[in-house]
Write a protein that binds this ligand. Sequence first.
Ligand code: MTE
Length: 323
Amino acid sequence: MLIRTPRDWELPESACTPERDYHLRPRRDFLRTLGGAVAGGLAAPSLLSGATAGFPSRVNPDHRDPALQPTPYELITSYCNFYEFGTGKGDPKVNANRGWKTEPWTVEISGLIRNPLKLDANDLVTRMGGAEQRVYRFRCVEAWSMVIPWDGFPLAKLIALADPLPEAKFVTFTTFNDPKSAPGQRTSALDWPYFEGLRLDEANHPLAFIATGIYGRAIPNQNGAPLRLVVPWKYGFKYGKSIVKIDFVAKQPRNTWQVMTPHEYGFYANVNPKVDHPRWSQASERVIGAGGALGQRQRTLMFNGYEAQVAPLYAGLDLRRNY
Ligand code: MTE
């Protein structure tokens, strides 16, 4: 008999992907899944999606908590923030699919490490041993939320591959810069390219993840193909999309939103219902897709519900000052 003990951060079965979504998966993605789970050595055309086998797919209607239902694929992929492709929520789905090529894609791993690398995103996924699935809460600083079944690999695996030197204290994520393909980058909406950073110990936390898929399908362009950061206890703006460079540095970097409006956005961006945004409350959030067009409101949880796992990272840190 196979008994699997869930890890303490795993969302309950009610939050798992409905089986029908897996039955709807295109064949191409099943092949990728197999490639990711089995091979490593196979020259599969793409491994940028794919869940590991054995992910629970049964939904028990008695346990359904509307706030923890996975957000439908259609909403995750059409209600987006990706300023390179426009500032409207629906813009990225249209503008990121007008000929912008995300395969092949080269990513550079550099800085204070013993093993600098420049490699294709597919090769990186192969070196990470394929993709696994994580169902995580997602909380945007704009006070809306989703529940997203990501595919990808733990960031800690990539850090182990890079093999940081003792002087490395932070990891930075530079995202793509291609004004020809990205109309937003032809404007001064943000300081391009979009840039993010984490402390090395945050980046090494088992919850920190690099996503390559959603619902077992390759991650769509508008959600940050082919590689995007996922840090579920932080606000969504930390999740840099379409990463081209991961750099290990000694000093705390500034991130894009901190550069744009430092009195509103800081380096940490930990979800914290007790610290309001200067222009709105962070005590609650709209759950996109639940209870009507505007989304049902629910209370926001400290560290987005991952307090037991991540609070020790911030022991002794004033979370009001380090917002
Ligand atoms: N990454 C890049 N490169 N450009 C962006 O504009 N927006 C951020 C983050 N990553 C952004 C980005 C913000 S504000 C949020 S809330 C999330 O992506 C949104 O991710 P989603 O569109 O997949 O929901």
